[in-house]
Design a protein around this ligand. Sequence first.
Ligand code: NIG
Ligand code: FE
Length: 422
Amino acid sequence: MKATLLVKNAAQLVTSRDASDAPLAGERQQELTVIEDGAVAVNGSKIVAVGSTEEVMARVETDQKTREVDASGQLITPGFVDPHTHVVFGGSREHELTLKLQGVPYLEILARGGGILSSVEATRAASKEELVARGEKYCQQMLVQGTTTAEAKSGYGLTTEAELKILEAIRQVDQVQQVDLVPTFLGAHAVPKEYKGDPDRYLDLVIDEMLPRVAEKKLSRYCDVFCEEGIFSIEQSRRVLSAARDMGFELKMHADEIVPLGGAELASELGAVSADHLLVISDQGIEQMAKAGVIGVILPGTTFYLREDHYAPGRKMIEAGVPVSLATDFNPGSSPNNNLQLVINIACLYLRMTPAEVINAITINAAHAVGRASKIGSLEKGKNADIVIFDAPNYDYLAYRYGTNLVSSVIKNGKIVEEVQQ
Ligand code: NIG
Ligand code: FE
């Protein structure tokens, strides 16, 4: 077998194996293959061999054209997958930091017309080109931090035209830079000011006009909703998600973040791919998600940034058999962070997840959460060559250090796209 790229001599290579059919749950969440003196060989854009340096070199042919990378003393992982972001938006919300420090709650800022609604105003005012340029910049920041695929939600437009503009911008951002984006339609992110006090009438617009247009233009295969007190109730969320499901969308949900409404139960009832946030998930919700195989996407950076006093019960969810994934939730309000390495630290320290569970959460389980597990999320023969090399001697080190970008190189589709100088 020919190799165009060979990364060898790594102190450790870590990956899940044989988990492309279903996400890792329960005991299996921590099942990580660890190869000392590891290597990975690539031909074109695909992985052709993974193993010890000796094994891989015996299996592949190299010639003068083969690019060889010496990863001595370093760690190789699959490219990270960030399965919940709002990466395309206008404006920014640094002015809310002071309000927050004065003790004004997140939902109160929104009720006063700020929060999501202030980002909606800025996003409506931005041209598609501006949104693309900003999205491209944010994706480049993700890439150098080890993220090679990310989900990207609409939801700062809240008119048919503005929602389509965001989804089209997401499509363009996907094309102009290296991070692959998986779009999600989140028209039901908030009630826009034109419909203040009448969420049902706004949902008529989402269901009757936006969803059919998104489907027709094939702009997204996922539909999401912000199910929260003062935003969309359980009944309203059921309505929009059921309508989406009938039109062929797969479902996601912002569920049980601030007030426990039973979002996890609804996600399970509707067979959603994932339920996200879950700070205040009930025991029954945990049980039902485990049974229905709904992936729990936990966003601990958001909990940190909102200064909530408790995190999602990650440990308990894993022990109950919920497949757990993690994401940055990158957005202008509750989580202006697009670095999954920071999420690794917070998940270990405050969700009490082990480093192995966390690695699986942001690779193979995240790939399942965006419907791409047959192509990405692990280093296995035949998968896309999305690979990260870290200046770290082992994977525990990623959870131990924080606040420094430990990436030394990123390989996307078989090409070295970033070599970060340390
Ligand atoms: O996932 N929860 C709802 N939406 C985002 C926050 C959006 C914002 O504050 O702009 C979230 O946390
Ligand atoms: Fe979100």
